[in-house]
Write a protein that binds this ligand. Structure first.
Ligand code: X8Z
Ligand code: ZN
Length: 580
């Protein structure tokens, strides 16, 4: 019998209320766990997650059963969103659901508790301290020790991850999906094959630029470390790029800085000179949003957020933004270091919070971004407006460097943004294959490194085998957070930026445009935020940019002024590597 529209509506209202309640419980438990990791909080978060993920599977199955052509499109949309409302579906067997949630909590805990003690020292370093050293130090043996030491964190996750894949897939299949990866890919308002083609199309647009930047980095690293370690035509050893995952190369900017073209702006130095602390950094970012017409963050945000790493307990430092009650209880959780890099991360996180607050009046299933790339893109869009002019305007730096110095500034941005693209792409390329069974456990590490070599052009500094588990050394793997969103965000943020610049009548170079105090732009952003997930994402993209397709030409336009610098620096160093 076809479902009546009122029957489906009643089911949806009920499911939304129940999911909201379970989600709030799960978020509270997760907050306490991630800001105070111990055995009790681990158990509590696992129990709350299990309840949510098991209920979600039931709702997803029912949504699939009810959905049909006789229903109004809006109802079908909500049923579709309901089916994939969670990133994790648990098997309906409660024991298996709880086992799955325990595995995930355990892996997250291992990540949060991970430490490396360097030979000849006695102080264990946490990931923040390791990250600082990897971005600032250039001593090869030390970098190798930090890299290798941290990758040990993944080793005990291997059996846990293997079982998690099995159980998560069981839940996804009960709900009617082929596997968990297919479930993740079902949230893009297009067929899964079409989505994969979109990703490939976007990557093809940006790949030539990435290969040139890679060649420049390789050349400068060869000057520093010698041709034995950095031969031409080969991938770059992953520990030498200034970041644990080689996902941002900003740390090695000093090695690459164009000689006579300006060293960029020393934002870190400026913050230090001003004595800005973690809270002060967040205030500066909040001020940007209020300059666009958004209301200031609620008092509870300032009371409940974690800005600074507590000394006396284990926490999960990886930055995140929360909307604990899906209403006004906004928070961020970070271990803020007052650096230029973290200045951007703070803007990234607040982007989530302002988006969340804007869509809170939507029905529960629409309290989300247009697609997950949008959520990750908005704070970064604001970050693109952190220009030298803006920094001078708010008094952080004294003078705006001349336009002739822009190459340094742009190169720094490229080392963050362009360098990230292949990493953003490969994490879930790997996970999709794992979930589908194409990559079995006995090829976890091998396939991870094939992708890292092919896309990023990096190689492991020490031989890897299947006794370890290198993907586990990246937060989103033990935390079950999908990653393609960051690849999309990297493309979208430039599209947003270019569209807003055009709407403001800007005719100068894109990297000099700032939205600061542009209330009209703020209103457009708010319109898109308030839509939440109520419409297919092309509608949201159109509302902001006038276009219905994702397109990387804005990113290419933004970095075009860098071309002469790259061209000049690359004489004699052809881009590309064996194993591409
Ligand atoms: O995880 C994040 C954010 C939290 S949503 C800090 N990002 C990715 C990462 O760190 O790997 C932002 C850029 C990519
Ligand atoms: Zn984010």
């Amino acid at each position: 019998m076809p479902t009546t529209s009122s029957g489906a509506e009643a089911f949806l209202v009920d499911a939304e209320a129940r999911l909201l309640e379970l989600s709030i419980d799960a978020q509270r438990a997760a907050w306490v766990y991630e800001t105070y990791i111990n055995d009790d909080t681990e158990l509590l978060t696992a129990k709350a997650d299990a309840r949510l993920a098991t209920a979600a599977t039931g709702f997803a199955r029912e949504a699939g059963r009810l959905s049909g052509p006789s229903l109004p499109p809006a109802t079908v949309r909500r049923l579709t969103l309901l089916a994939a409302s969670q990133t994790l579906l648990a098997p309906s067997d409660p024991a298996e659901g709880e086992e799955l949630a325990r595995l995930l909590a355990s892996m997250r805990g291992r990540y949060g508790k991970g430490r490396v003690t360097l030979a000849g020292t006695s102080e264990p370093l946490d990931l923040n301290a390791i990250g600082r050293r990897m971005s600032e130090h250039r001593d090869e043996p030390e970098l190798r020790a930090l890299w290798t030491g941290w990758h040990e964190v993944g080793r005990p996750m291997r059996p846990e991850f293997t079982r998690y894949v099995e159980l998560a897939n069981r839940g996804a299949r009960e709900a009617g999906f082929a596997d968990t990866g297919a479930m993740w890919r079902s949230r893009y308002d297009m067929g899964p094959e079409e989505f994969v083609r979109e990703i490939e199309r976007l990557w093809a647009q940006v790949r030539p630029l990435y290969r040139r930047l890679h060649a420049l980095a390789r050349r400068r690293l060869r000057d520093r470390y010698g041709p034995e370690l950095i031969p031409s035509g080969a991938p770059i050893p992953a520990h030498l790029l200034g970041n644990m995952w080689a996902q941002s190369w900003e740390g090695i900017f000093p090695l690459l800085a164009p000689a006579d073209r300006g060293a960029g702006v020393d934002l870190g130095g400026a913050l230090a000179r001003r004595g800005t602390d973690a809270r002060g950094l967040v205030r500066i970012a909040e001020r940007f949003f209020t300059s666009l017409g958004f209301d200031p963050l609620p008092t509870t945000f300032w009371e409940r957020s974690m800005f600074v790493q507590p000394a006396e307990r284990n926490v999960l430092c990886h930055a995140s933004a929360w909307d604990v009650d899906f209403d006004e209880d906004l928070r961020i959780k970070m271990c803020i270091d007052v650096t230029a890099e973290e200045f951007y991360v703070v803007h990234h996180e607040l982007g989530h919070n302002f988006y969340q607050r804007a869509y809170r009046r939507q029905p529960f299933l629409y309290r989300d971004s247009a697609n997950d790339g949008f959520h990750e893109a908005v704070g970064d869009t604001i970050g693109l407006s952190v220009t030298p002019e803006y920094l001078a305007r708010i008094g952080l730096i004294d003078r705006v460097p001349p336009e002739a110095d822009d190459a340094g500034w742009l190169l720094r941005r490229a080392l963050e943004k362009v360098a990230f693209l292949p990493f953003g792409l490969l994490v879930d390329t790997w996970r999709w294959r794992v979930f589908s069974g194409e990559v079995p456990p006995e090829r976890y590490n091998a396939s991870w490194w094939e992708l890292r070599r092919a896309y990023q052009g990096v190689s492991p500094p020490t031989p890897r085998d299947e006794s370890g588990f290198d993907p586990g050394a990246k937060a989103h793997i033990p935390s079950n957070v999908p990653y393609m969103r960051y690849f999309l965000a990297e493309i979208l943020q430039f599209q947003f930026h270019r569209a807003l610049a055009e709407q403001a009548g800007w005719t100068g170079p894109l990297h000099r445009f700032s939205l600061y105090e542009d209330r009209r732009a703020g209103a457009r952003l708010r319109t898109m935020f308030e839509m939440g997930a109520s419409r297919p994402w092309p509608d949201a993209l159109e509302a902001l940019t006038g276009s219905r397709t994702m397109d990387a030409t804005a990113l290419l336009d933004y970095f075009r002024p860098l071309e002469p610098v790259l061209g000049e620096a690359l004489r004699g160093e052809g881009p590309g590597w064996a194993g591409e």
